[in-house]
Design a protein. Structure first.
Ligand code: GLP
Length: 258
């Protein structure tokens, strides 16, 4: 894994956006995996600036959301369908029909989940997956003890995740109990992965994911097995990394050996 430590969250957004832009620029019809949550919002705003400056375009791009709540109307402002439409599809200029979210829409959730993996494969797979990380080490909604070989499926949300996400709802009881999430093996099939994290609340999860053992108790640790995963964090999120100096040194000297 490459670990990039920036002074603040703005630095994280800038480095992550340039990584996305590099990949988008090399593909005719890039396929992006998009996370919701607070972490990638600054990255999406950076990309919006680049679209406005005509440095990149997403008009021929496809996007797959990582996850969606089950039991929440699509039109609810906290549904990931709404969040992706507002923060990715519209501002970045994706064609709405090219943006996919695992929505139940009256179908059996298990079938929706299985079809989602098929749709990703039919699109040629994900070129670049953007990820955040939960305070408990989850990626997507793969909660601790998720199988490292999991595919897109229905999951029960942990108490911590429902608590963490209550800020998007009128009351904590309104947070759905279930979701559909890309599985860990699904996520690992992306050709490149960029995980962004800022703030002290993520420091323990980042350290466990990067430097801890590979374990289903920290689902993000599965990224250690990916050949092209970049973890971009601010100083606070990096504060519990034992090898922080090494990561800084490696990043500073990266271009010298290329
Ligand atoms: C959420 C999402 C994840 C997200 C994570 C962190 O529940 N399902 O995709 O990365 O938790 O969220 P945030 O970035 O808001 O801290």
């Amino acid at each position: 894994m490459e670990v990039v430590i920036m002074a603040d969250s703005h630095g994280v957004d800038v480095v992550a956006a340039s990584r996305v832009a590099d990949i988008v620029a090399t593909k005719d019809s890039p396929v992006l995996g998009v996370a919701t949550g607070s972490s990638p919002q600054g990255l999406y705003r950076q990309l919006q600036g680049m679209v406005g400056a005509r440095e990149i375009a997403f008009s021929d791009a496809t996007a797959f959301a990582l996850d969606e709540y089950v039991g929440l109307p699509e039109s609810h402002p906290a549904s990931y369908a709404s969040v992706v439409a507002e923060t990715v599809t519209q501002p970045l200029g994706f064609a709405a029909e090219n943006v996919h979210v695992p929505l139940v829409r009256g179908d059996p959730p298990d079938k929706v989940a299985a079809r989602y993996d098929t749709a990703i494969a039919r699109a040629g797979g994900v070129d670049l997956q953007v990820l955040g990380i939960g305070a408990n080490g989850h990626i997507g909604f793969n909660e601790p003890t998720s199988s490292l070989a999991s595919r897109t499926r229905v999951k029960t949300l942990s108490a911590q995740t429902r608590h963490d996400n209550a800020r998007f709802f009128a009351s904590p009881e309104d947070v759905p109990t279930h979701c559909i999430t890309q599985g860990l093996a699904t996520i690992l099939e992306a050709r490149s992965i960029v995980l962004v994290a800022s703030g002290a609340a993520k420091a323990a999860a980042v350290a466990a994911a990067v430097e801890g053992p590979l374990t289903a108790m920290v689902p993000a640790s599965v990224l250690q097995t990916h050949p092209d995963a970049t973890i971009i964090v601010d100083e606070q999120a990096a504060s519990r990394l034992q090898l922080a100096e090494y990561y800084r040194y490696t990043y500073q000297h990266k271009h010298i050996v290329q």
